[in-house]
Design a protein around this ligand. Structure first.
Ligand code: ZN
Length: 64
């Protein structure tokens, strides 16, 4: 899954996880850099943990 954001310099869509525009090399805003990928990573880890907890909960309901 790749989110696209518009480059502020040339206006072309660039993958959000890139630090620089793939077309003109312009630095992208902070949300497209390390902070953005960190936030996305945390969100994905949280979703995964929630899914595992839900499965364990249903297993516990089923097995007790
Ligand atoms: Zn650009």
């Amino acid at each position: 899954m790749t989110l696209l954001q518009e480059c502020p310099a040339c206006g072309r869509p660039t993958p959000e996880e890139n630090l620089r525009c793939i077309y003109c090399g312009e630095r992208l805003p902070v949300q497209g850099g390390v902070l953005g990928s960190f936030r996305f990573g945390v969100g994905r880890a949280f979703f995964l943990a929630a899914a595992i907890l839900l499965v364990l909960f249903f297993l516990w309901l089923y097995l007790r």
